[in-house]
Design a protein around this ligand. Structure first.
Ligand code: ADP
Ligand code: MG
Ligand code: MG
Length: 251
């Protein structure tokens, strides 16, 4: 579904990604871990098409298409979804409106009719129940005055409604208490499917107790230095990242 080869990305005059390779197949959940400032957010933002980054080399192919050549909104319509590390507040635009507009844009792109108002409301209600969110959140401005945990739930709600093919989650677990973490993890787990891939950035092994990844990658210094199964996350928890950097430098 996603194949990244030798990706190099700059922001300002800083080279952040320095030849990153990664392949994610449909049905898989991959976790990206790594020290602060290693380029994890940069990676997912570039894949989603956010402004402010310059791709200086390499390729990213999504379902056989050149992902980096696609406009951000085209990527969204093609099923790429990014849940932000710091979800943005959009005062004045209500949550239900944004969800409906997003869903209709995707349906239109697929040649499907607009979602029926009644059908939409029952879909959103079902997903809100899953995320243990009160329905009053529907009529509030997008993330406006939401607590950190409520914003993260709202990101997963968006994802549950939009049903992306490729979900990119940037530190969806950070700032969550243990109960909210379980809710968010349940939400993500309910979205695991054979035709969907999930790439999640996390600092903590803890999330991976709830969402079991197929692969774990260490991003450090702008490259994937090590990949493994979920036991790698446990090893990182014990040993930190230095041994991986040293191993890579020695090699
Ligand atoms: P991570 O998510 O792994 O913590 P980021 O991808 O956010 O890391 O950032 C990687 C590095 O690039 C950091 O050192 C950060 O300060 C730097 N960086 C990010 N955006 C910019 C920018 N627009 N201009 C200059 N440096 C940037
Ligand atoms: Mg960070
Ligand atoms: Mg980050």
């Amino acid at each position: 579904m996603l194949k990244i080869e030798n990706l190099q990305v700059k922001a300002g005059d800083k080279q952040i990604l320095k030849g990153l390779n990664l392949e994610v197949k449909a049905g898989e959940v991959h976790a990206i871990m790594g020290p602060n400032g290693s380029g994890k957010s940069t990676l997912v933002q570039v894949l989603a098409g956010r402004e402010g980054y310059e791709v200086t080399g390499g390729t990213a192919t999504y379902n056989g298409k050149d992902l980096l050549a696609m406009a951000p909104e085209e990527r969204a319509r093609e099923g790429v979804f990014l849940a932000f590390q710091y979800p943005v507040e959009i005062p004045g635009v209500n949550n239900v409106y944004l969800l409906k507009a997003g869903l209709n844009a995707i349906r239109k792109h697929r040649g499907e009719a607009e979602v029926d108002a009644f059908e939409f409301l029952s879909l959103v209600r079902e997903k809100m129940k899953l995320m243990q969110m009160d329905e009053s959140f529907l009529n509030r401005g997008v993330n406006e005055g939401f607590s950190g945990g409520e914003k993260k739930r709202n990101e997963i709600l968006q994802m549950a409604v939009l049903e992306p093919a490729l979900a990119l989650l940037d530190e969806t677990d950070s700032g969550l208490d243990i109960d909210a973490l379980r809710v968010v993890a349940n939400g993500v787990n309910s979205l695991r499917r054979q035709d969907r891939a999930i790439l999640m950035v996390t600092h903590y092994q803890r999330l991976l107790d709830y969402i079991e990844p197929d692969r774990v990658h260490v991003l450090s210094g702008g490259q994937i230095l090590k990949s493994g199964d979920k036991s790698l996350a446990l090893e990182l928890e014990k040993r930190g990242y230095d041994w991986i950097r040293q191993g890579a430098a020695a090699a």
